[in-house]
Design a protein. Structure first.
Length: 125
């Protein structure tokens, strides 16, 4: 039983490090109250409507909704704290956004990268 649990934990770690689980952002810290809103787009700059978006605090969902027809989301004013954003979209086509924070606040990337596990590699000769 212990060997099975160790194998399971190592397997999950390998999958996570391999980049295949990318639906949850890295933790980011909001240092002062700020509005987190914007539009999510695919790499071709097209809006992503119907994208399920969750704001996590201590790994618990504190806000959840779907983007509108224009890919717009709005968490409203977010209190100081450490958060993550989780993206849910059917079969996990997209990864969570990259988020950068500084003294002025946090910026959420509008373009969501394609999940590497869903990429199709084409070789041209």
């Amino acid at each position: 039983m212990k060997i099975f649990l160790l194998f399971l934990i190592l397997s999950l770690a390998v999958v996570h490090c391999d980049g295949r689980i990318c639906s949850v952002s890295k933790e980011f810290q909001v240092k002062q109250p700020q509005v987190l809103s914007g539009t999510f787009k695919d790499p071709a700059q097209l809006p992503l409507p119907g994208l399920e978006v969750e704001l996590l605090f201590n790994n618990k969902v504190i806000q959840q909704f779907r983007t509108d027809n224009d890919g717009h989301y709005d968490f409203g004013t977010v209190a100081p704290g450490k958060y993550r954003i989780r993206i849910k979209h059917g079969n996990e086509d997209f990864c969570a956004p990259k988020i950068k924070c500084n003294k002025q606040g946090c910026n959420v990337s509008a373009v969501l990268p394609v999940n590497p596990k869903n990429e199709i590699k084409v070789q041209l000769d």
